[in-house]
Write a protein that binds this ligand. Structure first.
Ligand SMILES: [Zn+2]
Length: 381
């Protein structure tokens, strides 16, 4: 991620670039912003600029060298990411006791979500993404031990060795004490970037040893512009309600899409059921015109609706329906989302999502998709 991909806060970008140029990079830094404002993407861009040997005249990473290639995938061996986690079925098994999971077990999901969102995420969004249900994440002593171990190796590329810790306020005292020595007596070339939304809750012994950079909330017009470029209508109104947070703005627009997407989903299934191909193609055509971000949200919302239908077909009654209209449709459609068909439905929606991401011809993608859905329903009848 380059500085150019970080929205706003231009003055901070140039100050950070200047510290690199002047060789005055402080070894422990605390980046502060409200949720979804961009301290995390700023930290990643800073790390990338430090690791890139071919910086631009403005001090940004080149985006093209081998180091940048690895940073773009968040796979650079000299840049470690630490974030709050907890027990979850989505953790990658390590053979160790999974009672006290560490970031490594979730790093595949971290890369996926950060690349998808550009790093504009909320804490809640992260916990949902890694399947924590109602638990909170934390940064424990095992994690701190792991950091100490990793930082004891020489850097792979011979340059900086960086730890980016998102939400150090989730670190307990034992973990902080373990890290303290690394921060008080840093080995040459090590850099800790802590990215906090609540700096007052970061353990004081750590906080007091960092240099603090505070990001300003994003101007409304930047958020509106971003939403517009993502094909989201009503961007200006949503930006106004988002209070300078891009992740909040995206969440608001997601909610708005939810009821609209329900209508789209229901229409697809009805037309698929009656196998009126002309109407299916009309549906596909209208979907092709709603913009890529809206298309992606449609896929995600549809997967959630499918899940509700499937649970209903299993008579799992704990689901709460939002409104009677939704409930009526889900009850009627659930017989078609049984154990024989659900995987086929999910596979088609996931395939659709990946085709949208690859930026193919939307009309062809949606037409093809609608026909496949119709076939699944036909087979289920
Ligand atoms: Zn580069």
């Amino acid at each position: 991620m380059q500085f150019s991909a970080v929205i706003g806060n231009e003055r901070i970008k140039s100050l950070l670039a200047e510290t690199i140029r002047a060789g005055r990079v402080s070894h422990a830094q605390l980046f502060v912003s409200d949720e979804g404002v961009g301290a995390l993407p700023m930290a990643i861009a800073y790390a990338q600029a430090l690791l890139c040997p071919n910086r631009t005249p403005e001090g940004d990473a080149c985006g093209e060298c081998a180091n940048c290639y690895k940073m773009n995938r968040l796979e650079h061996p000299d840049c470690n990411f630490i974030f709050p986690v907890n027990k979850s079925k989505k953790a990658k098994a390590t053979g160790r006791s999974d009672d006290k999971p560490t970031s490594d077990q979730f790093v595949h999901l971290w890369r996926e979500l950060i690349i998808k969102t550009g790093g504009y995420i909320s804490e809640e969004q992260w916990y949902n993404y890694i399947g924590l249900e109602n638990q909170q994440g934390n940064i424990n002593k095992e994690e701190a031990n792991e950091i100490v171990r990793k930082m004891s190796f020489k850097s792979v590329q011979g340059g900086y060795k960086i730890v980016i810790m998102w939400l150090p306020e989730k670190m307990n005292e034992a973990a902080a004490n373990t890290l303290l020595k690394l921060i008080e007596e840093p080995a040459p070339g090590t850099l800790f970037i802590f990215v906090s939304e609540q700096p007052d809750r970061v353990i004081a012994t750590i906080r007091s040893r960092t240099q603090i950079t505070t990001l300003a909330p994003l101007p409304q017009k930047f958020i509106a512009e971003y939403l517009y470029n993502e094909g989201i209508e009503n961007g200006a109104r949503i930006a106004q309600a988002a209070g300078g947070s891009l992740s909040r703005a995206l969440e608001l627009s997601r909610n708005e899409f939810q009821s609209e997407d329900f209508e789209r989903f229901a229409a697809l299934m009805r037309k698929g059921y009656t196998m009126k191909y002309g109407e299916l193609f009309e549906w596909a055509e209208s979907m092709a015109g709603i913009g890529r971000e809206a298309q992606k949200m449609f896929c995600e919302n549809s997967l959630a609706i499918l899940r509700d239908c499937y649970l209903t077909s299993l008579n799992l009654a704990e689901i709460t329906f939002v409104n009677p209209q939704t409930e009526k449709f889900i009850n009627a459609f659930s017989p078609y989302t049984n154990h024989l068909t659900i995987e086929h439905f999910i596979r088609e929606f996931e395939l659709l999502l990946s085709h949208i991401r690859q930026n193919g011809n939307a009309k062809i993608i949606f037409s093809d998709f609608a026909l496949k859905i119709s076939k699944i329903i036909k087979a289920a009848k």
